[in-house]
Design a protein around this ligand. Sequence first.
Ligand code: AMP
Length: 440
Amino acid sequence: MVRVPLSPPRGMDDILPDEMPLHRRLVETVRLLFRLYGYLEVETPPVESYELFAVKSGEEILSHMYVFRDAHGRQLALRPEMTAPIARLMAGRLSRSPKPIRLGYVADCYRLDEPQWGRRRRFYHGGFEIFGSREPAADAECLVIFNDFLRRVGVRDYFFKIGHVGVQRAIMSSAGVTGEGQDKILSLLDKGRVEDAEEMLRQHAASGETVYLFGELARHAPGRADETIERVMEKVGGIKQAAKELENLKKIVELASEVIEPSSLIYYPGFARGLSYYTGFIFEAYGEGVDIALGGGGRYDGLVSLIGGPEMPGVGFAIGLTRVMQYLTDRAAVHARPESPLAYVVPLAGEAVSLAFKLATRLREAGVSAELDPSTYTPQEAIKRAERRGARFLFLIGRREVERNTVSVRDLVERIQEEWRIEEIYGRAESLLGRVRVGS
Ligand code: AMP
């Protein structure tokens, strides 16, 4: 016999019945937000051509990608993120759609990260992307949606780490550093290697003054966005484009502050993100007590044209649903438990099975979830089994009920029992739904 491993590959997780309700709640919240904010949901394959990500995903992601060849020698990759596949749609089949267009997705992504808390090799992203608008309102909408999500799923103390790579890029451009050089320097900054970033800037023949300004920004203390932006403006104001980019950040923060508590918007002037396609506003969300982000995103105005589409601005973000799930579970903000049926139907004798079948069907038609135990039991045993499944109502059908064409209904919480005639089931099933709603 071949020995098959009974665990999934390292760093990948099965989602078991007791975890599924929370996973689904997070996914359903994302989908509710699609509807509320006008995002059209799309799905793309988990496998893409390697080049799609190689173009501009940043070395950090590229070095952690699952890459393989198919039988024809084509180089493929498991998607490490969804912005590039969505940009592929915008460059291709959706390129002519009226703008702005909002696209949403819920997708599993794959990265060869070292497995640890919140870092898995397969995880879910719930994402929102807006194409065709350069307006700060589009950037601010990303913050507002993420804020909405966190409140709805019960993440309490959180803050948004905000930055703007447009400011850093403007400083570097003023010193003649090209896009690719900028990407490399930002990638060093992202890893916290400020001195290496400065050194590379120097190698790109930047003036001492530019290197100094860049370093000063990189080391600048974070603070409330509205106040910190003013302080940074005093420093970079001399570089016209940098001042313009910072003004853009200021507008985004002002708009977002209409909805989000301003003290939870924190500007980190030295912030850069691992993906090199970002061109402007960037952000990440952090929950209290954890130092890895619950999600993040930013503006990527050049991405669609880079992969062969028309010039098209874009801004968006992804929520790390798997990480949020772990965060909530660890804080006991939610309890893992499998989904329970409202009704549990048990035939107490062989001749009751067909009536039990009919009853379960009628309950479902009335919208009541009903699980049928296919074997027959004693009433005591039936109660135990129904409770174990977390059902609220137990439907018992014995010989007596078959003779009288009735069913016995036991409310396992109120501990009361009634007898219903079969014809009454439709009408009375609705009362069960009402009882649960009032009680919950
Ligand atoms: P990124 O595309 O790197 O900006 O990722 C966005 C979000 O996805 C992060 O903030 C995390 O919440 C989540 N994420 C990224 N990598 C992983 C991973 N290996 N495991 C679980 N979640 C992840």
